[in-house]
Write a protein that binds this ligand. Structure first.
Ligand SMILES: C[S@@+](CC[C@H](N)C(=O)[O-])C[C@H]1O[C@@H](n2cnc3c(N)ncnc32)[C@H](O)[C@@H]1O
Length: 268
């Protein structure tokens, strides 16, 4: 796959959807007048699905884009038959934009980590005063809230870019009187130098840039923990497991050593 396409499949996909919609309109109208066939609006949506799938295959986008580009036009078309009040679609769109709007820039969607992961991360935070923990992309604040309640010796911070998850995390901490600090913003513009443990549950698309930033800013000896996703070009085996079959593990690096840590090394 071409490098530009690989770096921004979301924009390419948007372009495919627009082009396939335009082509299907032209094709349906033109072929109707050439062949004297009366194409129904339903027919034109299936033309669009066909064009979108063809373009996705030609550009060799990963298979999930094929599914997205095929399902999306058909879903929009049939959703219009539901005859629901427009406000329902408006509210749904607004909620989705407030949660997922930033993925056009970050390519990291919101999905919460499992409580078993929170318990495992808690064990990795060194004992003693002065510990500062940061969750990069803190979502609705699950792991931060867990850590702040279980480890009062540790100051807990989360930074989140999506407005709705950030508001929810902030409200949860306020309502339950839990001393977490939730910041709203892009962690790329935030310094990582003050933290003894940094946790990230992002996506493969974000890992190279995160690694570069962590190497530049994190203090040697501090820990970087990534759930599920490793750094491209490094070991592909996570070193900590939740013990749950089928659940991904944690990658842990002690900064300065640049190696993934095995459990026995963490104590040293
Ligand atoms: C997979 S979720 C993880 C949520 C949470 N850390 C957890 O473990 O439940 C990733 C989150 O990172 C956020 N995110 C992605 N890129 C970001 C960035 N550059 N700055 C801040 N937040 C970001 C997304 O909005 C999303 O909520």
């Amino acid at each position: 796959m071409n490098k530009t396409i690989a770096a921004s499949p979301q924009w390419i996909s948007l372009l495919i959807l627009l082009c396939s919609w335009l082509l299907s309109r032209i094709f349906a109208t033109e072929s109707a007048s050439w062949l004297g066939i009366d194409f129904s609006p339903e027919m034109s949506v299936w033309w669009q699905v066909g064009f979108a799938m063809g373009m996705t295959l030609c550009l060799s986008l990963p298979y999930w884009w094929l599914i997205i580009n095929a399902v999306f036009p058909a879903a929009v078309f049939y959703a219009m038959d539901l005859n629901w009040p427009p406000i329902v679609f408006m509210v749904a769109l607004l909620v989705l934009v407030l949660i997922y709007g930033a993925i056009f820039l970050t390519r990291v969607p919101y999905y919460p980590s499992h409580p078993k992961v929170h318990a495992l991360v808690e064990k990795l935070v060194p004992e003693g005063p002065g510990q500062q923990f940061l969750d990069l992309g803190s979502g609705m604040g699950g792991i931060c809230m867990h850590l702040a309640t279980q480890r009062p010796d540790c100051k807990v911070f989360g930074i989140e870019m999506a407005p709705l998850p950030w508001v929810v995390s902030w409200l949860r901490a306020r309502c339950r009187n839990i001393p977490c600090v939730f910041l709203c913003g892009d962690y790329q513009n935030y310094s990582l130098k003050n933290y003894s443990v940094i946790f990230a549950y992002l996506s493969p698309a974000a890992m190279s840039a995160l690694w570069e930033k962590a190497c530049l800013e994190m203090v040697p000896g501090t820990l970087l923990i990534s759930y599920e996703f490793g750094i491209p070009g490094q070991s592909i085996i996570p070193t900590y497991s939740t013990g749950e079959t089928g659940m991904p593990g944690l990658y842990v690096w002690r900064m300065g050593s640049n190696f993934i840590l095995a459990p026995e090394q963490l104590q040293g």
